[in-house]
Design a protein around this ligand. Structure first.
Ligand SMILES: Nc1ncnc2c1ncn2[C@@H]1O[C@H](COP(=O)(O)OP(=O)(O)OP(=O)(O)O)[C@@H](O)[C@H]1O
Ligand SMILES: [Mg+2]
Length: 197
């Protein structure tokens, strides 16, 4: 059975769909990959026709059927609100990624997502990924300490605010940007390690 990776954060615009797309694009070089789009606005689904390296599926079937899908990796992109599906999606996920920007308000907003994950007893499977970090800045201690109380894993790899990530969904991945590609490769490795692959 394939690995299910849920990307969630109830805050809009933190990079859920962009990160999902790029991780799927990176992994599909060596594996079969599907992205299930649970966002009714269907932002990734709109790219369906453009993408032939992996499948993008606007998902409307029962969540119970996801386990029967025959892919090595199944990414689930979620909408910017706490959908009713979330507890069940958290239950079936092998890994839960929570992309966030590094602002205080972004971190305050993360709490409700983390509380649901804790309620479902899946905090061990969850990992925060800092995204859109300004180039040449480091995370301040107060940001990292703010997360400490949640006892949640934090990815060592930080994803920078780079135009190649913005463009990636139009040009089918990172093109000619070593820095962005390295970050994506490092995060992919961390994900595979966390999944024990
Ligand atoms: N690492 C990055 N560098 C630069 N721009 C980024 C990065 N990640 C995302 N973006 C840009 O930020 C915006 C929001 O990203 P995206 O749509 O992926 O967020 P989202 O969390 O899926 O939003 P929503 O919750 O509304 O679905 C987009 O314009 C995207 O191109
Ligand atoms: Mg999105």
């Amino acid at each position: 059975m394939g690995k299910i990776i849920l990307i969630t954060h109830q805050k809009g615009g933190v990079g859920k769909s962009t990160l999902t797309f790029n991780l799927a694009q990176n992994l599909c070089k060596n594996a079969t990959v599907a992205v299930l789009d649970f966002d009714l606005q269907g932002s990734l689904s709109r790219l369906k026709e453009m993408t032939d390296d992996f499948d993008i599926i606007p998902y409307q079937d029962s969540i119970d059927l996801i386990n029967d899908l025959e892919y090595n990796f199944i990414f689930i992109d979620t909408p910017p609100y706490l959908s009713n599906h979330l507890p069940k999606l958290i239950q079936i996920a092998d890994l839960i990624l929570i992309p966030t920007k590094a602002g205080i308000l972004d971190l305050l907003a993360i709490e409700s997502t983390i509380n649901i994950i804790k309620f479902e007893n899946k905090i061990e499977q969850a990992m925060v990924v800092f995204n859109m970090i300004k180039v040449n800045t480091t995370l301040t201690m107060d940001i990292l300490m703010g997360l400490e109380e949640y006892n949640i894993k934090i990815a060592n790899t930080h994803i920078s605010d780079l135009v190649s990530f913005t463009r990636s969904v139009l040009v089918k991945g990172i093109k000619n940007d070593r820095n962005a590609q390295n970050q994506l490769d490092n995060l992919t490795k961390e994900i595979l390690t966390t999944l024990l692959i």
